[in-house]
Design a protein around this ligand. Structure first.
Ligand SMILES: Cc1cc2nc3c(=O)[nH]c(=O)nc-3n(C[C@H](O)[C@H](O)[C@H](O)COP(=O)(O)OP(=O)(O)OC[C@H]3O[C@@H](n4cnc5c(N)ncnc54)[C@H](O)[C@@H]3O)c2cc1C
Length: 466
């Protein structure tokens, strides 16, 4: 890049998941894209530990990858997970399937494997230039100028670009700059809980040491441990816990305390994590939070997408899925007018914002469900009742989890219907110990009276609407 350069066509900041997928969509529509990434090319360097090594991929993400023409390459990276495998304090296991339909599963996928596949596909379009080891350190939005630093001796360079598409993640420099300039409103709400990643190594024979086709959870009320499988037969384990509580990260300040805590709370996991204490102190404690802003654009100069616009806590496994859905929605809008204009950005921002807010709320709510409600017998009864209702009247009743994970019903609709359904389930299951105690005819009638039929077309493809 010259000391002062101008880019014809969009510049995308951040070759992470959203930025790279969007680059593919834009290239397929004929745009020449420059993708700027501060990190080295992960296809040639190993990424540092500690940042969600694997992710849950669900229907919205799969749909986006199919539309971008890359799902066939991604398929081989996927490990299906059919439900939650609950580990109780005695080490007893219980599988809680995600759906009554055996083919409704989510998939564990490696973050670096997925990103590498997207980078390859972006380059193969012939219209995406990727600059690795290039950090954006400043933005003059009035003049559409980015300051780009390479870490080499040639110092900072200025790049003129319009539009600038910010896919630079939760800590987005663009979002913060636009907020400081008063062009958008933004809030960053940190959770009082953080996370720590650990590893379950493969067995001596190279196999998995637990069932690979489940998302393992050790729910303990105020905190939890989870584990997702990797293709090399290891599991990435994540401890979610408060910083400053009992127990909390701040308390676990010696090797002995860490081991005692794990032996007490997760006894069956301890022998599976041989490097427990070493990894605990070597890996960083990650922060979690919710980012909301409005609008997601500044004229025709800048657009925010993915975590830069709407980072959420990871408890519904939807951050990446939602970011991928952003890309699909923008691409569909470009089908009618292929201009990256202020009008496009405004329509995109208005259509996505209510949905991003809804999944942010549902993700926070799901933390309670994963770490606590899964232990409640009435929660299981309500889940069984929900499946029964779905089996009998699927046009009216789809469990909220399924609406979010296995359909592309707009998040805002899933949230609204989900709240109504939750109230009905609570009322219908009140005082019952098993399904046999519930008058099913009455339950069906109540649901028919309260919940309108969902339009089958809208059930399939309505990411654009709320
Ligand atoms: C613990 C954890 C578990 C998660 N699990 C799931 C899950 O199971 N399923 C799911 O769907 N989502 C999950 N997520 C969320 C998911 O990781 C994010 O939603 C997703 O990574 C967002 O993609 P993005 O491209 O918007 O941002 P990012 O992936 O953060 O990418 C941003 C990119 O921009 C680059 N960048 C940033 N600043 C600059 C700069 N100034 N100059 C140049 N480059 C820059 C970064 O290096 C990075 O490559 C999880 C998140 C966490 C923290």
């Amino acid at each position: 890049m010259n000391a002062e350069a101008r880019q014809e066509g969009p510049v995308i900041l951040g070759a992470g998941l959203a930025g790279t997928l969007l680059a593919i969509f834009l290239a397929r529509r004929g745009h020449s894209v420059r993708l700027i990434e501060r990190n080295p090319d992960l296809r040639r360097h190993t990424a540092p530990a500690g940042r969600s090594i694997n992710l849950a991929l669900a229907e919205r993400g799969i749909h986006a990858l199919k539309k971008a023409g890359v799902f066939d390459q991604v398929k081989e990276l996927l490990i299906p997970m059919r439900g939650r495998m609950l580990h109780d304090p005695e080490g007893q296991l219980k599988l809680q399937p995600y759906s009554r339909n055996a083919d409704e599963v989510i998939y564990s996928v490696s973050r670096s494997g997925l990103t590498a596949t997207l980078l390859d596909a972006a380059e193969q379009t012939g219209k995406v230039e990727i600059l690795f080891n290039h950090s954006i350190t400043g933005l003059d939005i009035g003049n559409s100028e980015l300051t780009v630093t390479t870490g080499l001796l040639d110092g900072a360079q200025v790049l003129r670009a319009r539009p600038i598409i910010a896919a630079d993640g939760a800590g987005s420099l663009v979002r913060r700059t636009l907020a400081e300039a008063g062009l958008i409103d933004a809030s960053e709400e940190l959770l009082s809980h953080g996370y720590k990643e650990l590893t379950i190594a493969p067995a001596a024979d190279g196999g998995f040491r637990m069932d690979p086709n489940a998302l393992h959870i050790w729910p303990r009320g105020g905190f939890m441990l989870i584990a997702l499988p990797n293709p090399d037969a290891s599991f990435t384990v994540t401890l979610f816990m408060a910083y400053d509580a009992k127990p909390g990260f701040e308390q676990l300040d010696t090797r002995e305390r860490v081991l005692a805590f794990f032996r007490e709370e997760f006894p069956d996991a301890v022998p599976l994590i041989p490097g427990l204490a070493e990894e605990f102190f070597k890996n960083p404690t990650g922060i979690l939070g919710t980012i909301r802003c409005r609008p997601w654009y500044a004229g025709d100069k800048a657009l925010l997408i993915g975590d830069a616009a709407h980072a959420i806590v990871p408890f519904h496994g939807q951050g990446m899925n939602c970011a991928f859905e952003d890309c699909v929605v923008l691409d569909e809008m470009l089908a009618t007018d292929n201009a990256l204009s202020e009008d496009l950005f405004a329509r995109f921002s208005e259509s996505r914002k209510p949905n991003a807010d809804a999944i942010a709320d549902m993700a926070l709510d799901n933390y309670l469900e994963m770490r606590d409600r899964v232990n409640d017998p009435n929660f299981h009864l309500q889940k069984s009742l929900a499946w029964e209702l779905e089996a009998k009247i699927p046009e009216r009743f789809v469990p909220r989890y399924s609406m979010v994970m296995f359909r592309r019903i707009p998040y805002a609709v899933a949230q609204r219907r989900g709240a109504k359904q939750a109230a009905l389930l609570k009322k219908l299951a009140h005082g019952a110990a098993t399904l046999a105690d519930i008058d099913m005819e009455h339950a069906l009638q109540v649901v028919k009276d309260e919940l309108p039929v969902m339009d089958p077309d809208r059930l399939a493809d309505q990411a654009l609407q709320t």
